[in-house]
Ligand binder design. Structure first.
Ligand SMILES: Nc1nc2c(c(=O)[nH]1)N[C@H]1C(S)=C(S)[C@@H](COP(=O)(O)OP(=O)(O)OC[C@H]3O[C@@H](n4cnc5c(N)ncnc54)[C@H](O)[C@@H]3O)O[C@H]1N2
Ligand code: MOO
Length: 401
């Protein structure tokens, strides 16, 4: 049976997937979210000509020749301006961020002045007109677009939005990802497994990846190996309005691999099952009501590698972000065997060398081994039927962290 190529599978998974409707959130909850629509400033920053330094607001003509004595006629502080006018031979004590008074056209640094008497100072350096003054609107003016549509709200963008007068922002809603583990052999961590049981780990890594990418997660626990039980849990996910449903395990061909049957029972439309990829061949994709279902293979490494390749782009698309996998060229530190017909994602470490990145694949690639996945910071991507490669040969890596 011919397997669906990875890129085609990704196309199908993303087909017709649109950013979720917008919602309004306070700035405190906006980090990492994607802006819906461009953001215009509600105010001008700075709103007045402001001093950039602590010192004296002066008329530059008065201090063209130094030393020059000036009379200090008042104070302009941040938050409380001096309302008079600076005349010839006069200065106003001023602090960083304070409005520059009428008549002054430069700031004499405090370090370049010395007191000579009460309310008298001596300027020791000349200052050019405009020196140390931030003009009104230097940063932005009311009505300016300060953040573009789809901008990811990083800390700088959030400060800028606040400065522009916005206490709340309109962002794409977070996708809700429901996670369903399947398998009679599974018990939650912290529970003593029976003689033939193991600890369920996949949900935790998958939920962590989804949360890291800005999704909300609903963990629906472990469904036993019964078609009806899995279908029932799928319905629960729908009732909870999950945008994405991730099932774990039960994707292969054994009698206990029941996810496909459960999907059919719950009324899902299967789009594909099995792709030309290692690890992760039994990957499944279906639509169930308004939700999309990603059926990840049970082997822990297969689950997480498939999530990197398929779940992350789906979450990004729903969140209004553009997802670009971090693919980079590297050279192999060790030879690699010829590949078969599946695209291979080989756990590896990458480090920078004199000519670029050097990728060292782990010797053992069993898809049950989380230790090697946790130790890997990249996956070497080997195309289907890639010939054997010598150490030093070029390769492509997907950087994980
Ligand atoms: N005859 C064939 N057998 C298998 C094939 C095949 O093509 N023909 N494919 C193999 C490949 S490749 C994979 S990958 C696995 C995936 O199978 P399933 O998705 O059905 O996974 P399970 O059988 O349910 O579990 C596999 C393995 O992973 C453990 N597991 C499952 N869920 C979890 C979890 N939430 N946390 C931790 N570990 C989990 C499970 O106990 C099994 O050990 O099938 C191959 N077989
Ligand atoms: O495709 Mo499976 O994920 O190799 O173990």
């Amino acid at each position: 049976m011919s397997l669906l190529p990875v890129d085609e599978a990704l196309e199908r998974v993303l087909e017709g997937l649109r950013p979720l409707p917008a919602e309004d959130v306070p700035l405190e909850e906006a980090v990492g979210r994607s802006l819906t629509g461009s953001l215009r400033a509600l105010r001008t920053q700075p709103p007045f000509d402001a001093s950039a330094m602590d010192g004296y607001a002066v008329r530059s003509d008065d201090v063209r020749e130094v030393p020059a004595e000036l009379t200090v006629i008042g104070v302009s502080a941040a938050g409380q301006r001096f309302t008079g006018t600076v005349g010839p031979g006069e200065a106003v004590r001023i602090f960083t961020g304070a409005p520059v008074p009428e008549g002054a056209d430069a700031i004499l640094l405090q370090e370049n002045a010395e007191p000579v008497a009460d309310r008298r100072i001596r300027a020791l350096e000349p200052v050019a007109p405009g020196r140390h003054i931030r003009r009104a609107g230097l940063d932005f003016r009311e009505g300016d677009v300060v953040l573009e549509d789809r901008r990811i709200l990083d800390p700088a963008a959030i400060s800028l939005a606040a400065a522009a007068g916005h206490p709340r922002l309109t962002v794409a809603r977070r996708p809700l990802v429901a996670v369903i583990a399947t398998g009679d052999e599974l018990v939650p961590p912290g529970t003593l497994p029976g003689p033939d049981q193991i600890v369920a780990s996949n949900s935790f890594g998958i939920a962590a990846l989804a949360r890291q990418d800005g999704a909300d997660v609903l963990d629906l626990g472990i469904a036993p190996d019964r078609k009806e039980a899995i279908a029932e849990t799928l319905r629960k996910a729908l009732l909870a309005s999950a945008d994405l449903i991730v099932t774990l395990g039960g994707a292969s061909v054994g009698e206990h691999d029941l996810v496909r049957a459960a999907l059919a029972e719950a009324g899902a439309q299967l789009s594909f099952w099995k792709i030309a990829m290692r690890p992760g061949k039994p990957l499944m994709f279906a639509r169930l009501g308004k939700a999309r279902v990603l059926g990840l293979p049970g082997n822990p490494v297969s689950s997480l590698v498939c999530a990197h390749l398929f779940l992350r782009p789906m979450i990004a698309r729903l969140s209004g972000r553009i997802y670009a996998p971090d693919l980079r060229p590297a050279v192999l530190a060790r030879p690699m065997k010829a590949n078969d017909g599946r695209r291979d994602y080989v756990r590896a470490t990458v480090a920078s060398g004199p000519g670029g990145l050097i990728a060292t694949p782990f010797e053992r690639q069993d898809s049950s081994m989380l230790t090697t996945l946790a130790a890997a910071n990249a996956l070497i991507v080997r195309e289907p039927h890639a010939p054997a490669a010598e150490a030093g040969a070029r390769c492509q890596v997907l950087v994980l962290r």
